[in-house]
Write a protein that binds this ligand. Structure first.
Ligand SMILES: CC(C)(COP(=O)(O)OP(=O)(O)OC[C@H]1O[C@@H](n2cnc3c(N)ncnc32)[C@H](O)[C@@H]1OP(=O)(O)O)[C@@H](O)C(=O)NCCC(=O)NCCS
Length: 164
């Protein structure tokens, strides 16, 4: 599955059958996991779409990545995005973001927002490459454990991309 080059994956809408593997991937990447039924509920909302990256020709394999996006008529927000650790640096995160941006532009939504941990260099670099700019900082926003298992707080950057 993970001998991927940049061409043998595709971005598409998640199916209900993908939600368990999205929940698994979410749980591996974020301190507060989301259950399959939380993903089911999100995906049912008409103002939310869930994209997945999958290996071409492997429709039943676990997803390689996901991007969950919520929007109003004016503005959208990345709720969560992650790529399987074994599939990183192959353009999947970029492709998941670009597909979301294309769809939001087609719907004439003018702005895309997200929050990211100030220590998350990979994600910040990805967003900057796509043209996002930092518009605010939320000190102590994330509640985490440091390398010694002690409680720690890090700031969030609020980043914005104009889609106009
Ligand atoms: C952030 C994340 C989604 C990126 O996914 P990815 O598929 O590895 O990213 P891509 O291969 O599409 O990389 C696109 C660009 O992002 C930047 N980037 C990605 N990972 C990077 C890293 N580890 N270090 C520095 N830059 C990085 C680079 O500019 C890269 O372009 P390049 O490969 O041409 O240099 C992935 O690291 C991830 O799932 N992280 C854990 C979950 C997470 O933090 N989500 C974001 C929460 S806000």
């Amino acid at each position: 599955m993970f001998g991927l080059n940049r061409k043998n994956f595709a971005i598409m809408d998640a199916t209900v059958g993908d939600h368990a593997s999205i929940a698994d991937l979410h749980g591996l990447n974020f301190a507060r996991g989301w259950t399959t039924s939380e993903i089911d509920k999100l995906a049912e909302q008409s103002n939310t779409f869930v994209l997945v990256a999958r290996t071409v020709g492997e429709p039943d394999a676990p997803v390689l990545g996901f991007n969950i996006v919520r929007h109003t008529p004016q503005e959208a927000e990345i709720l969560s995005i992650a790529v399987d650790q074994r599939g990183r640096r192959r353009g999947l995160g970029d492709a998941l973001m670009r597909e979301a941006i294309l769809r939001l532009r087609a719907d004439r939504i003018s702005n895309l927002l997200l929050e990211v941990d100030i220590e998350n260099e990979a994600a910040i670099k990805l967003y900057e490459k796509l043209g996002f700019e930092t518009i605010a900082q939320r000190p102590g926003y994330y509640d985490k454990k440091d390398e010694n298992g002690l409680r720690a707080h890090t700031s969030a950057l609020v980043m914005s991309l104009s889609l106009g």
